[in-house]
Design a protein around this ligand. Structure first.
Ligand SMILES: C[S@@+](CC[C@H](N)C(=O)[O-])C[C@H]1O[C@@H](n2cnc3c(N)ncnc32)[C@H](O)[C@@H]1O
Length: 266
């Protein structure tokens, strides 16, 4: 069963689109660095709208194959609609239990372990479906790296609320800091990794849009856990207020790091 706390309603799909555009460059760099290469058969865990599956599809080429796996039927349908590559497919299933008859050369997953109650066990399950010597590649956030510089009160408070809300729903928003250890404890060897962030210029609309978007998707959890009220959030004006507050204090929003950790099946 999906444990995804942000849902699959239209605003969350729009947020995932914006986030995927923002993370496209770092994701492709990390995937290439991790050893995903032409001809591989690759499983993408928690494929969402299919952005990572398609990026992997570019790396493996038409001689390879990508299977995107997601528990949410709406995500699977949306990923299929957005994908024309004949070697990139999507299936519905739970990453905790799904298996395939044929082995994979690699398993990747972006922003999925973050949401799982036991990420190492999920990875261990998929390590068994990789051929010996094949690769396991985890990409996830270290949201602890988010800040604004110089510090500005509204964005600082919202950043802390986002961390608290993810923790309240059982997600691990700083999992990136521990990703190599999780991949190693799943049984992979020769584990290594790298974390990068797409920095933003002063006045960029991207930071406020992303921060307001994740607050919007987490608002039910924030309110439900008594962290804040809807009146305090005032979601309809939030993005504009973040932009104005950053501009007034000459602050840039520093995004979270996208961390990659990878190793191989013994
Ligand atoms: C934050 S989205 C990331 C989507 C995509 N990997 C990306 O980086 O753009 C997390 C995705 O994982 C899926 N998901 C969450 N828990 C899952 C589970 N237990 N099994 C399969 N998919 C799951 C959600 O439905 C959602 O599409």
């Amino acid at each position: 069963m999906s444990t995804y706390s942000l849902g699959s309603q239209d605003p969350e799909l729009a947020r995932l689109e914006l986030q995927a555009e923002f993370l496209d460059g770092p994701t492709r760099l990390l995937l290439a660095q991790s050893g995903i290469a032409a001809g591989m058969r690759v499983l993408d865990l928690g494929s969402g709208l299919g952005h990572v599956s398609r990026a992997v599809g570019d790396l493996v080429g038409l001689g390879g194959e990508v299977v995107g796996l997601d528990a949410d039927a709406r995500m699977v349908a949306a990923a299929r609609e957005r994908t024309t590559e004949p070697h990139v497919h999507f299936v519905q299933g739970d990453v905790a239990t799904w298996t395939d008859d044929d082995p994979f050369d690699a398993v990747v997953g972006r922003l999925i372990l973050f949401h799982l109650p036991d990420p190492a066990t999920a990875l261990r399950h998929h390590l068994a479906g990789i051929r010996p010597g094949g690769r396991i590649v985890a990409l996830d956030y270290d949201i602890g790296a988010i800040r604004c510089d110089p510090a500005e009160p509204l964005s600082t408070r919202l950043g802390a609320l986002v961390l608290a809300a993810f923790r309240a729903v059982g997600a691990d928003p700083t999992i990136g800091a521990h990703l190599q250890d999780i991949v190693a404890s799943a049984g992979a060897e020769a584990v290594t990794g790298l974390g990068i962030a797409p920095y933003l210029p002063l006045g960029s609309p991207t930071g406020p849009a992303m921060l307001a978007g994740v607050v919007r998707s987490l608002a039910p959890a924030m309110v439900g856990h008594g962290l804040v009220t809807l009146e305090q959030l005032d979601l309809d004006t939030l993005e504009r207020r973040i932009s104005e507050a950053l501009e007034a204090s000459g602050s840039v929003l520093v995004p979270p790091n996208l961390v990659g950790a990878w190793g191989r099946r013994p």
